[in-house]
Design a protein around this ligand. Structure first.
Ligand SMILES: Cc1ncc(C[n+]2csc(CCOP(=O)(O)OP(=O)(O)O)c2C)c(N)n1
Length: 555
């Protein structure tokens, strides 16, 4: 069958099970937009290409399927870069399709020509510039395979406009060709698992750390089964939240710079760490040499490049977690670890957190949100800043893929478009976006997409009239010299929402917030809630840069 390259792209997307793509049109991608016009795939036009790539990212994180975004050449393509880097650092499977000037103009500094494969090389798992139209279907199929296999990540396909228009012979995918086969566990791997088993049996104070890779690999039950059998305390990285239910008796919260004191003390005091698909980022370890002191580190990850990258481990095991965790679970002994749990319980008592029950504090607000959504299918997506850390600390996250946040790159502007992607991917769940008054100014234009698609998204703007996280660092480390972090003008975000035809409520006290939340949850329409909190509220606990996990700042 002879069809155009553009039509072949659509056919390939359908083969891959793609139901929705997020994008923004322009000259060099018009052949593909023309092929999309027939409507076999839902296309969601965002307000900005950054919105499209973050939405595709949120779609992927919420569903586990590959997210797809489309942009034109030149500025359209460069607008994807931050989103690709965000997905790359959090290992999110994406396929980004960009238009390119026609092949005879490449290298001529043609109108809207940019070397996007060169630009995105360091922030994609792989990228392609398609020069031969006949190769297009295979490249699209390969892009999906690369994005989703092993350690997932974003892949970009740059397609010159003439390639999109060329007629090619299209054959449906031969699914029997090179399927991904999990290798058998090698002898060396088995010996390392034995070593890990022995170390865990001999441990007096073991702790398990769950990272975001456990979500990508879909090994939630295996992680819980392993932790329960070993009876170890469990902490999570920011990216791993949701794997372990926050109300599980073995769960101590998240660890790292703004992690819970109990979680950080447990990691600091552990003699054996079992890290599952966590990359020991600097936010998690703080001071690396103090982190590694007096303990054995066991690291299990799908990506061999992660082993010993950030911290030297004693036992490093690379391979598919679906295979490794059940074997480890079978081999480890059941232990009670009573002494260790007595110490942990002592810390839980000592570091019990008491929040004000009267003020509209972020902690109180997040507890209300958790209580009002308990047992209901919800997804939380955050932007970056103080509100993100408060959310990680206070929300009850009891399901994997219910927590969407930019952990690695820390991209402000991510929250709202990612929430849009999540809401589209999981229409039977309610997505709640938490964003600061700074972040909403970056990609708030995507409320237009919320309105256009009639999405029932709830957006909570945590308005402290400043770039809170920056202000916090300036208060603590720059002698309260608030350079460029305070808002000289107050913005009316309810009015902003209304400009897009979206209902909004202002909450300046507890009663108003409860009312606004009830209204938003009862409605099947989008709602924006603006929560006014004091400019002075700080995220605690906090580790000073490069300090040990047991030395929280006194603030
Ligand atoms: C794109 C981008 N620019 C700058 C930063 C640095 N940064 C991190 S948090 C933050 C402040 C965020 O302010 P706001 O959105 O109001 O959230 P809050 O911290 O007040 O909750 C800034 C500027 C960033 N993470 N991303």
């Amino acid at each position: 069958m002879k069809i155009s390259g553009a039509k072949a792209i659509v056919e390939c997307l359908l083969e891959q099970g793609v139901d929705t793509v997020f994008g923004y049109p322009g000259g060099r991608i018009l052949p593909l937009y023309d092929a999309l016009y027939d409507g076999a795939i839902r296309h969601i036009r965002t307000s900005h290409e950054q919105g499209a790539v973050h939405a595709a990212d949120g779609y992927a994180r919420a569903s586990g399927r590959v997210g797809v975004c489309i942009a034109t050449s030149g500025p359209g393509a460069t607008n994807l870069v931050t989103g690709l880097a965000t997905a790359y650092l959090d290992s999110v499977p994406l396929v980004a399709i960009t238009g390119q000037v026609s092949t005879n103009l490449i290298g001529a500094d043609a109108f809207q020509e940019v070397d996007i494969t060169g630009i995105t090389m360091p922030v994609t798992k792989h990228n392609f510039l398609v020069k031969d139209a006949a190769a297009l279907p295979e490249i699209v199929r390969l892009a999906f395979k690369i994005a989703a296999s092993g350690r997932p990540g974003p892949v970009l396909i740059d397609i010159p406009s003439d390639i999109q228009s060329t007629m090619i012979e299209f054959c449906p995918e031969d699914k029997s060709l090179s399927p991904i086969v999990q290798p058998e566990l090698s002898e060396k791997g088995s010996a390392l698992l034995d070593k890990a088993t022995a170390a865990i049996s001999a441990a007096q104070r073991p702790v398990m750390i769950v990272g975001g890779g456990a979500i990508s690999a879909g090994v939630y039950e295996q992680v819980i089964a392993l932790a329960e059998k070993m009876c170890v305390p469990v902490v999570s990285t920011l990216m791993g939240l949701g794997v372990f239910p926050s109300d599980h008796p073995q769960f101590l919260g998240f660890t790292g710079m703004h992690g819970s004191k109990v979680a950080n003390h447990a990691v600091h005091g552990a003699d054996v760490i079992i890290a599952i698909a966590s990359r020991f980022s600097d936010r998690v370890t703080s001071n690396k040499s103090k982190y590694a002191e007096n303990k054995m580190l066991i690291h299990i990850d799908v990506d061999p490049a992660e082993l010993d990258k950030n911290i030297a481990t004693h036992i490093g095991l690379a391979g598919p977690l679906q295979q490794l965790l059940p074997i480890l679970c079978k081999r480890v002994q059941c232990e009670k670890r009573e002494q260790w749990w007595t110490v942990i319980k002592g810390w839980q008592e000592k570091f019990k957190v008491h929040h004000s029950t009267e003020l509209l504090s972020p902690q109180w607000m997040l507890q209300q949100v958790s209580a009002a959504t308990a047992g209901k299918p919800v997804i939380f997506a955050t932007d970056v800043g103080q509100h993100q850390m408060w959310a990680a600390q206070c929300l009850h996250l009891n399901a994997p893929r219910s927590w969407i946040t930019s952990g690695g790159l820390g991209t402000m502007g991510f929250g709202l478009p990612a929430a849009i992607g999540a809401q589209v991917a999981e229409p039977d769940k309610r997505t709640i976006c938490l964003v600061g008054d700074g972040g909403i100014k970056m990609t708030g234009c995507e409320l237009f997409t919320v309105a256009s698609e009639n999405l029932p998204l709830i957006t909570i703007i945590v308005d402290n009239s400043c770039l809170g996280m920056v202000r916090q660092l300036q208060q603590l480390f720059y002698k309260q010299r608030y350079s460029a972090s305070l808002a000289p003008v107050k913005m009316d975000f309810v009015c902003f929402a209304k400009a897009f035809g979206i209902d909004g409520s202002l909450a300046t006290n507890q009663q108003e917030f409860k009312q606004a939340l009830t209204t938003a949850l009862a409605s099947d329409k989008a709602h924006v809630i603006v929560v006014k909190i004091p400019v002075e509220d700080l995220v605690v606990p906090m580790l000073a840069p490069n300090s040990s996990l047991d030395t929280h700042m006194d603030i």
